[in-house]
Design a protein around this ligand. Structure first.
Ligand SMILES: Cc1cc2nc3c(=O)[nH]c(=O)nc-3n(C[C@H](O)[C@H](O)[C@H](O)COP(=O)(O)OP(=O)(O)OC[C@H]3O[C@@H](n4cnc5c(N)ncnc54)[C@H](O)[C@@H]3O)c2cc1C
Length: 443
């Protein structure tokens, strides 16, 4: 079942021309459009389904610095700064609150691993600190179990995924962006080696630049342009409870659970402990790229072979701009949640916080996470296609970093000084011999 997302209506007319077309209306596409508009640059967001229909409405809603890959820390610091002013900036409620995030550790070894991350926190003067079991319990009333301690960042936050990208998109529109939904981009036309237009299912839009913020579809889009993007999909499952009295205010994870209190008084509950991999042909094509990540997370991975193999096998990998593209066939990627994960997450949460025994599960859903081999995104121009920018592969933590990433992309496209150094996110890291690896704490 897909989570309900605040609806964003489509502009009716297809603009014949714009400066920049943004492919994808998730948090990244919407934020990019907003920050471009703030520079006075008009853009058109083309979304094949509805705004925030895929990952951006299905996530936990954590906006965290804690536990990040060090390469992402400068960008997430800026992103959280933007989140703090976001309600004011978009004149609407994104649900952003600085409510704190805590990672509970079950063993001394786990606590040691969390403690090791403090070196990065110190470097950036973050307020992250290690808590004893007693200190953790003081902040988390109702906590039971033999935890060895926790890593805690009071300044980390949360927002409402089913509201945030929609209100950001609406604000971008008020400031000059066009928003087209049910409008898949089939591909790109070039003239003289540069981008001249995109071709959508409703016709062409002449433009000078394109930002691909296509989430889990980005590899397919790039493949049709002859650009290799080593991206895979991983199924994550989430459930939502009805409002629950007496539960923790701080977002937390530990062992097999993770949760966030929602604005409606219920909880979004999931597990960090299990990632479901529905095997598809790309897993074999990209086997070597993902070996380091698979070794790191081996115990968390739950492999399955089923319908997705056939679906992806049959999906065309090349098509012409006058042909129906695969993006039109799947308006919203809405995978079935993995029941095994829902049950484990619920049981593990109730074990740590007995108040969750009374929680009524209102709904559950699946979301396809777009992962990269080193678990950090690609936010990068593409040298072989001037005017083409990629912002994808946020690897399960792109919601919190979304506004920062959108601002970074807007800076890049405008040719302005960038919010942070974009070098760690360059596409060429996969081919320039730098052998990028995931950080051990990266999810
Ligand atoms: C279960 C789950 C939990 C998560 N928890 C967190 C969390 O707590 N904190 C956090 O920071 N991150 C979290 N994430 C990750 C986060 O949700 C994503 O990184 C982020 O939403 C990515 O945003 P996006 O805009 O890149 O992609 P998406 O939201 O997936 O949007 C991409 C959009 O592009 C559209 N599109 C694709 N191709 C085309 C095309 N050719 N034409 C037109 N439209 C196209 C798609 O329809 C889609 O709407 C989680 C993800 C999941 C699934």
């Amino acid at each position: 079942m897909a989570p309900r997302v605040d609806p964003v209506s489509s502009d009716e007319a297809l603009p014949s021309r714009t400066k920049i077309v943004i492919v994808g209306g998730g948090i990244i596409g919407a934020s990019t459009a907003l920050f471009l508009a703030q520079k006075g640059i008009n853009s058109v967001v083309c979304e094949k389904g509805h705004i925030a229909g895929e990952q951006s409405s299905r996530n936990w809603g954590w906006c965290r610095k804690m536990g990040r890959d060090p390469r992402e820390i400068p960008l997430i610091i800026e992103s959280l700064r933007l989140w703090q002013g976001m309600n004011e900036m978009v004149k609407a409620e994104t649900g952003f609150r600085q409510a704190g995030i805590m990672y509970l550790a079950e063993t001394q070894a786990e606590l040691g691993q969390l403690e090791a991350w403090l070196d990065h926190a110190r470097q950036y003067q973050l307020d992250t600190r290690i808590l004893s079991r007693t200190e953790a319990a003081e902040l988390m009333p109702g906590l039971t179990g033999t935890w060895t301690g926790a890593l805690y960042t009071a300044s980390d936050g949360k927002a409402e995924p089913q509201r945030a990208a929609p209100v950001i998109a609406e604000a971008a529109r008020r400031q000059g962006a066009a928003i087209l939904t049910q409008c898949a981009v089939r591909g790109i036309e070039t003239a003289g080696g540069r981008i001249s237009a995109v071709v959508t299912e409703r016709g062409p839009i002449a433009c000078g630049s394109v930002v691909l913020a296509g989430g889990a579809w980005s590899r397919l889009f790039c493949g049709n342009l002859g650009i290799e993007l080593p991206q895979l999909k991983v199924l994550a499952t989430v459930m939502r409870t009805e409002p629950l009295e007496g539960g923790p205010e701080i977002s937390a994870s530990g062992g097999l659970f993770g949760f966030r209190k929602r604005m409606d008084g219920g909880y979004t509950v999931a597990t960090l402990g299990v990632r479901t991999i529905d095997l598809v042909p790309d897993h074999f094509r990209l086997f070597l790229d993902y070996l380091p990540a698979a070794r790191l997370h081996w115990r968390k991975l739950r492999f399955r072979v089923g319908g997705r193999w056939v679906e992806e096998w049959r999906m065309p990998r090349r098509w012409g701009l006058d042909e129906t593209s695969p993006f039109e066939a799947v308006r919203v990627l809405d995978p079935e949640p993995d029941r095994f994960v829902v049950d484990r997450a619920h049981a593990a949460t109730a074990q740590a916080f007995p108040v969750f025994r009374n929680a009524v599960v209102a709904e559950s859903w699946g979301g396809m996470i777009d992962v990269m081999p080193d678990a950090i995104p690609v936010i990068s121009p593409v040298e072989s296609l001037p005017g083409f920018f990629i912002a994808t592969g946020f690897s399960g933590h792109g919601f919190g970093i979304g506004p920062g990433a959108g601002k970074l992309v807007a800076d890049m496209v405008a040719g302005d000084p960038t919010l942070v150094d974009p070098a760690p996110f360059r596409l060429s890291r996969f081919t320039d011999g730098s052998n990028p690896r995931p950080h051990p704490l990266a999810s």
